[in-house]
Design a protein around this ligand. Structure first.
Ligand SMILES: [Fe+2]
Ligand SMILES: [Fe+2]
Length: 134
């Protein structure tokens, strides 16, 4: 069973950002799937590292997009991204120090991210507008 199923409410109508969000959801589901079948710690760690890499790239791309459309709340949104990366780092460190199983709190954080961040925070730039060409 997937941790998160993609659904229409997650689509922002900004093609490049929607594509990256889908990649993030797939990367989150991969971690969940590996943990559910008790995969070895190194495999799960590699999947977590991939999520972190994709996340950093996504946040940078999203901030560029917001700058391109002149989104006025970019600074605050970027601070929220920084805070999320710090929280991801803490969960990564907990995993590395642990027995190879992913804490429920990590998955709860990832689900929250999708629910509250994409639908609540990211939606604001999507509603603000799109550049002539991204
Ligand atoms: Fe996003
Ligand atoms: Fe965002």
């Amino acid at each position: 069973m997937a941790l998160l199923d993609w659904n229409a409410s997650l689509d922002l109508g900004v093609a490049s950002m929607d594509a990256e969000h889908r990649e993030l959801v797939a990367a989150m589901n991969r971690i969940h799937e590996l943990d559910a079948r008790a995969a070895d710690k190194a495999s799960i760690e590699a999947a977590i590292d991939r999520l972190v890499t994709l996340t950093k790239r996504h946040f940078a791309d999203e901030e560029k997009h917001m700058a391109a459309i002149g989104f006025p709340d970019l600074k605050r949104h970027a601070l929220i991204h920084q805070d999320m990366l710090k929280k991801v780092d803490v969960h990564c460190a907990t995993f590395r120090a642990g027995n190879g199983r992913v804490e429920r709190a990590f998955f709860d954080f990832l689900v929250y991210w999708l629910g509250a961040h994409i639908k609540g925070i990211d939606k604001r730039y999507a509603e603000f507008g799109t550049p002539a060409k991204v």
